[in-house]
Design a protein around this ligand. Sequence first.
Ligand code: OAD
Length: 234
Amino acid sequence: MTKKIVVFTGAGVSAESGLGTFRGSDGMWDRYRIEDVCTHEAWLNNPQLCVEFYNMRRREALAAQPNAAHYAIARLQEAFPDTQVITQNIDNLHERAGSHNVIHLHGEITKLRSETNQLATIDLDGWEQHYGDRHPDGSLLRPYVVFFGEDVPYFPLACEVASQADILIVVGTSLNVYPAASLLHYAPTHAKIIVIDPNKPELGIYTDRAFHLQYPASIGVPELVKKLIDTYLL
Ligand code: OAD
């Protein structure tokens, strides 16, 4: 029977594309304060700074190229059509590598949203948002990013997907941010949990159950994908 595979990614999957991670030495949150750029209060107090911060992130994300891990995940989705990618990343490197129907838990950098309606998004052409532009609903436009403390609208859908997994592959996330990190709890008990990360994430009760491949994503993911195709399809 074809396996239902769920791939759950974080900043580490895009690290080798040149996009920095958030935690650890020289992480994004070492250089910027979350309270200044990634909370609703930050948006109310200094929206121009938030817009500038995400303009920079957008510029970097659009200049980056998918790496071997993004391509391998797209290959996996081609080989096992039921594969679902869930990402915490706001970049579009999964899509640019060929993945489709990606669930973005924390928003998408290529979109803006209405200040008053989290799901009223528009596509932005290019990297630059001009502060003051408005959504057709009349509200100010802001980056389509789920700020800390805000509702994560696609989390229930992600949980439903995870609850059907036979194999849950977790790539490049420190599992520090909730509710995203609790996705592992929704995997059924029979599901294999495979973690690819050069460091050991916060696995908590999954420390013994999860199989940790201690490699960078560009090496660990293509190897695992090859193994899954060899094991289940050939
Ligand atoms: P973190 O920065 O917390 O964790 C990145 C993880 O990637 C760490 O476990 C690293 O060991 C790992 N890593 C580093 N290089 C890697 C590589 N080459 N291959 C594989 N793994 C590698 O990032 P996230 O867990 O994604 O949210 O952070 C979660 C959320 O916190 C983000 O979505 C963002 C942030 O604040 C928002 O901004 C709302």
